[in-house]
Design a protein around this ligand. Structure first.
Ligand SMILES: C[S@@+](CC[C@H](N)C(=O)[O-])C[C@H]1O[C@@H](n2cnc3c(N)ncnc32)[C@H](O)[C@@H]1O
Length: 227
């Protein structure tokens, strides 16, 4: 098949909510309106409240929802960290960000900022992020190691990178997967370890990575063991 033919198929797949891994991953982006409708499908299993509870988000936290899409997590997370916490909704598509900003405005949320990221860098305006959150996004990013490396530079020393995605075995017929073992490897390369793993989803892993500094869960676990 020609290159143009292959790109055409990828775009059609993306338009119905699909995404490719590999060399074409960042090209597999559908039109925002169709994407938003797919993400706001009420049948999507998101368990937002459980995710927020497991992460113990609290007022004052600084959270980056990377690949925020239609804002399914951004809006409730912004509420959870209000009034003095800030939620940065990051996406590469300005139309998605406009949609999230409107949702926030309609809901009276004042602690949410939108950020137009780049393919390999979320371009956050601060370097004190507590949680960088990726729900079903990292598999879409072509240069994962570079992106995670860039993201880590915006975190507090004990900030967490949270990844929720699907292993290949859990979605054998789909392109939309990313093995946790690969994420573990990329995170270890920049000094982050799986500090927390939560069994919230049947079909997705949910892992919080952290460096062993400051008030990290890793150091607390170590101290609790009396080591
Ligand atoms: C499958 S959607 C998930 C949206 C949201 N996290 C959710 O679960 O509802 C993936 C989102 O990631 C965004 N995205 C793709 N590549 C990105 C990148 N390099 N940086 C930031 N966002 C990206 C897309 O525009 C899209 O909004």
């Amino acid at each position: 098949m020609t290159l143009l033919g292959r790109l055409g198929i990828l775009c059609v797949l993306a338009a119905v909510g699909g995404a490719a891994t590999g060399a074409f991953a960042q090209l597999a982006q559908g039109p925002a309106d169709k994407y938003i409708a797919a993400m706001d499908n009420p049948h999507r299993v998101l368990k937002v409240d459980e995710v927020i509870a497991k992460l113990e988000l609290k007022p004052g936290d600084i959270v980056a929802d990377i690949g925020s899409g239609s804002g399914s997590f951004s809006i409730p997370m912004a509420k959870a960290i209000a009034p003095n916490g800030v939620l940065y909704a990051v996406d590469i598509d300005q139309k998605m960000l406009d949609h999230v900003a409107q949702r926030a405005k309609d809901a009276g949320i004042t602690n949410l900022r939108t950020v137009l990221g780049e393919y390999d860098d979320p371009k956050l305006p601060v370097k004190n992020v507590d949680v960088a959150f990726f729900h079903r996004v990292l598999h879409m990013i072509e240069h994962r190691q570079a992106y995670l490396d860039a993201t880590a530079k915006y975190l507090k020393p004990d900030g967490r990178v949270v990844v929720i995605d699907k292993n290949h075995e859990q979605s054998p017929n789909s392109w939309m997967w990313l093995n946790q073992s690969d994420v573990d490897t990329w995170m270890a390369a920049i000094g982050f370890y799986p500090a927390q793993q939560f069994a919230v989803f049947d079909d997705r892993y949910f892992v919080a990575y952290q460096r062993p500094y400051g008030n990290s869960v890793l150091l607390k676990k170590h101290a609790a063991k009396g080591n």
